[in-house]
Design a binder for this molecule. Sequence first.
Ligand code: GCU
Length: 650
Amino acid sequence: MESAYSKLWLDYKPLDIPFAGKVAVRCLKGVSRECAAVSELITSLSALLPQAELTFGADSAAVIIELDVAEYLSLEEYVITADERGAFISGGSETGLLYGVFAYVRELITEQGFTRLSKRVRPALPLRMLDHWDNADGSIERGYSGSSFFFKNNELIVSDRTVHYARLLASVGINAAAINNVNVRGAAVRLITKDYYRKLDMLSELLGRWGIKLYLCIDFSAPISVGGLTTADPLDPRVQSWWRDKAAELFSEVRNLGGFLVKADSEGQPGPYAYGRSHADGANMLARAIKPYGGRVIWRCFVYNCSQDWRDLRTDRACAGCNTFAPLDGRFDDNVSLQVKNGPMDFQIREPVHPLFGVMKNTSLTAEFQIAQEYTGQQLHVCCLIPMIKEILAFRTCNGRERDTVLDMIDGAAAVSNTGDSFCWTGSELAAANLYGFGRICSEPGLSAEDILEEWITLTFGRSEEVKEKLLYILLGSREAYENYTVPLGMGWMCKPNHHYGPDPWGYEFDRWGTYNRADRDAVGVDRGPEGTGYSELYYPPLSDMYSSPDTCPDELLLFFCRVPYTHILKSGKTLIQHIYDSHFEGYAQAEEFFRLWRSLDGSIDERTYRNGCDRFKEQLRCAAEWRDIVNAFFHRLSGIPDEQGRKLY
Ligand code: GCU
């Protein structure tokens, strides 16, 4: 029977070398034959070298692979020394060893044989997390890849698919997963009750075998909704004791629990504000309850006024994160990490880097990305986010620290997951690159986007140079193309309300969400400088100065920070309006070129992937034409300025 899901980049094919000798695997100090590292090595070698004779511990073998756990390494670190005769792989724990095995297998495939290798890797970020927005009824909020494989009809599912999921995550070093939606609703409110303990324990043990901690999103008002109390006030001793008891029960019943992920006082979710308490009060109360069990609270900073009046020109949603959390810097317990979205708004195709990354110098931070592509094409458009994630992590906050990049300031990164129960997990095969790349960047941020994509392409599609070159071209150009045909220059939010797909330039303009472009017949953009909303002042100099003036603000963020007339001359020498027209035509042409290249791969990649890609590229082109024509018509009608090239603008 055909499998219900693809193995993605773990679909190992026999290597080109006709190796038929004996391969011995030796488990040295601290390594049990039952651990995931050993089973992974055996599974991989059997697929890569089907003719080889695999044995444990034989003395005479053509290739000998020794595995051990070494105390001098940190827990998730590994060392590999390999040559034609085998390998010595050491990990700081069985998880470190597992990462070493995956790295070794990757090398065998990319090199097509046993070659020299010397590598020592310690994952750069301690927390490398995937956040699923799965609801207990099986639906997924902002899910574009089918239904949940964790939940169905309010039941938790643990299946062979879950095992493959864990392998996929471990293979790229992801070590934490929050399995339910941050908007905790429906039956998920009861995840922390005995109704779910048995299955949660099974799931957590399964994930634990692959080095992954299970996290749960909890309802901040659980003392009321689950416990029957009349309050969830974090400073009320009854609430504190309820959470302490709940934590004791939960951590003993669910053995590999990592902690809680919390969305509080955000978009209608309950939180400490209802009781006049701060986010530090709320987060620390939970953190203290789970501290005895090594638990961590990941507390989201996505807090803003979502009932704004569009006529109010002073209130700026972009400022909300800093206004709320900056005064609390240093007041969070050490097992709290604040999860900060990559930009101050909400996962747009281009936003400035969130100023909290520079400001929160005394608080653990986790950067949050959204590989689910809610605003970036919903996995129907190809939009590879690897270059963007790298760009954000490398951003210098200029906060006076000797090492001042976002990467230097954070302890973890989380991605809103793009997975579901579709055959290829991520709806589109190309979207799987974002899942792969996210994990690889968190572990080895020094790798270039090209390195990561080449690896992923080879593991997924084999070693054809033609396939590699074409896919690299498509993936590396895809973000720029999407930005070009949707909303250039940092404007954001011209999408259709609610589902966030397709163009609607004023869809959010007169609404309550704080997301305005303020376009009129003369000018567009929001003045976020000192004379405007003051947002640019949340950065350290020289960034604050740079962002506050249209002369120095980088063009790609111009309309985020400044309000400028359509006749403003950009650094490219073009007027703003001409840039808007041109980029939309260019973006569409780029998308056309991607589809042309994809079609030229007919016969070079598997049929199912090819067809699925064709359907998606067709939709991407249809939608890109809508974006191009509607956004251009919108600005043409408002400004009355014709296109210099005389193209049809409607
Ligand atoms: C976006 C998204 C919501 C989600 C929210 C969040 O606003 O549209 O569905 O709940 O982000 O990050 O919590």
